[in-house]
Design a protein around this ligand. Structure first.
Ligand code: ZN
Length: 438
């Protein structure tokens, strides 16, 4: 990390230079966790329409600090190129050949020579006449290796793993599919899922996605020793669908609950999801009377049928308690969820129940409760879904469903304080997208 490098330099600096580098440190830390904003001006390829999603995240390099005229030490850096040997990379640092040989004779460095990869940085401090003082090697799966001069020899220092969370911003444009676009933009699947889930109450990614839709995401990635290890969480996102922006920011309330809101503070979590399945087509709508395919006579269809393969995950459309999970006549395997205000939802013809789904258990919105099947009076795999209010079935596609409660005044102040900078970043990211579209 740049800050580590800075600290190494600071240790070896005279008073005046120390003040200089401390100022630099302050400037760096005032970049909010990442230096991405400064990279916006560098976004390449902003001219043509057909470029695939732009990745506009750039790591910020530390400003060159070693040029102070009277410095007793010099800092030099070299990046391993493909085809490099450690020796050839070291010679670019203008280290004396004899010193290089001595260094390569050090056990830890000799071991490193066979495993060091292209892209890794080597940072050296030398005296004015080129004598090596310290050298730091970035490694692939281990913390950087620091080697110091001790008299005529070099001594390697092992340091512990450096684990950190970084904030990453990326933008992209949809050319064919959502996941195609997020892949091209280098966005981890987990983050793409979180974005799709977050906007699922306001946007139907299956039917409403347009070629040319743009999106921006701000998320965390967990790093160990400078290598990304796992995707963290989505902090903010914008999806511009057919010219209409949808935005989301993550808010953590004083009890530690996290949810997504619009930048204006409206909850994106609706009282009910539109559909209990991620992707599906409606094969039979709600009717007051229809010819039943198995029974052969007319009767009301009190729900909606979603065609989906056996085994497709069925999600609770709202926070609820399980009222029933078992077999029930023509419904076959059935889950009934009881929500607030007399609302109930029915999920029928299931092939199986999710573990632990039994009466009395509380379920969160979006939680998987069962799997699509064709049990009971069913001609093929599909989910029969009902919404009942005080026992009466209503058309799930048109019934007015209750929304989530808005933030109260105290929460709102906290919300704005916590999310304003992300909302601002989304606007900046969008600016870069629009430039690319022109
Ligand atoms: Zn049905």
């Amino acid at each position: 990390m740049p800050l580590t490098k800075l600290r190494i330099l600071t240790d070896r600096m005279t008073g005046a230079e120390r003040r200089f580098s401390l100022r630099t440190l302050v400037a760096l830390s005032s970049l909010p966790l990442f230096g991405v904003v400064a990279a916006f001006g560098l976004a390449p390829d902003t001219s043509t329409l057909d470029i695939t999603p732009e990745t506009i995240t750039e790591a910020i390099a530390l400003p060159a600090l070693a040029s102070a005229s009277n410095a007793a030490t010099f800092e030099r850096e070299s990046v391993m190129q493909s085809g490099d040997t450690l020796a050839s990379a070291l010679s670019r640092l203008k280290i004396d050949d004899l010193e290089i040989q001595r260094l390569l004779a050090t056990d830890a460095v000799r071991q490193l020579a066979s495993s060091v990869r292209a892209g890794k940085r080597i940072q050296a401090t030398t005296t004015q006449d080129g004598q090596l003082l310290t050298i730091r090697f970035e490694r692939s799966d281990a913390p950087a290796l620091m080697v110091r001069r001790q008299g005529e020899a070099f001594v390697a220092e092992e340091s512990s793993d450096l684990v950190e969370t970084r904030v990453v911003m990326r933008s992209g444009r949809v050319l064919s599919s959502l996941y195609g676009a997020t892949d091209s933009a280098g966005i981890p699947d987990k983050i793409a899922d979180q974005m799709a889930e977050t906007f699922s109450t306001s946007l139907d990614f299956r039917n409403e996605l347009r070629r040319g839709d743009t999106f921006s995401v701000i998320y965390t990635v967990n790093y160990r020793n400078g290598e990304p290890i796992t995707a963290g969480k989505l902090l903010a996102a914008e999806f511009v669908n057919a010219g209409k922006p949808h935005r989301a920011v993550l808010f953590r309330d004083p009890f530690g609950r996290e949810d997504y809101y619009t930048p204006e503070g409206e909850s994106l979590k609706k009282g009910f999801l539109r559909s209990p399945l991620e992707f599906s087509r409606i094969t039979s709508g709600f009717t007051s009377s229809r010819l039943h395919p198995l029974l052969g006579f007319y009767r009301a269809h009190t729900g909606v049928d979603f065609g989906a393969p056996t085994g497709t995950r069925v999600k609770a459309t709202g926070d609820a308690t399980v009222a029933f999970a078992g077999r029930k006549g023509g419904y076959g395997n059935l889950v009934i969820l009881r929500h607030q205000n007399g609302y109930e939802t029915y999920y029928a013809h299931l092939s199986a129940f999710a573990p632990g789904v039994r009466p009395g258990r509380s379920i969160s919105q979006g939680e998987v409760i069962a799997y699509v099947g064709t049990t009971g009076a069913s001609t093929g795999p599909h989910l029969h879904y009902e919404v009942r209010i005080a026992g009466t079935p209503y058309n799930p596609l048109s019934v007015k469903l209750p929304g989530s409660a808005p933030l109260d005044a105290a929460q709102r102040a906290r919300f704005l304080q916590q999310t304003a900078s992300w909302s601002e970043k989304l606007v900046q990211l969008r600016g870069t997208n629009l430039a690319a579209l022109d």
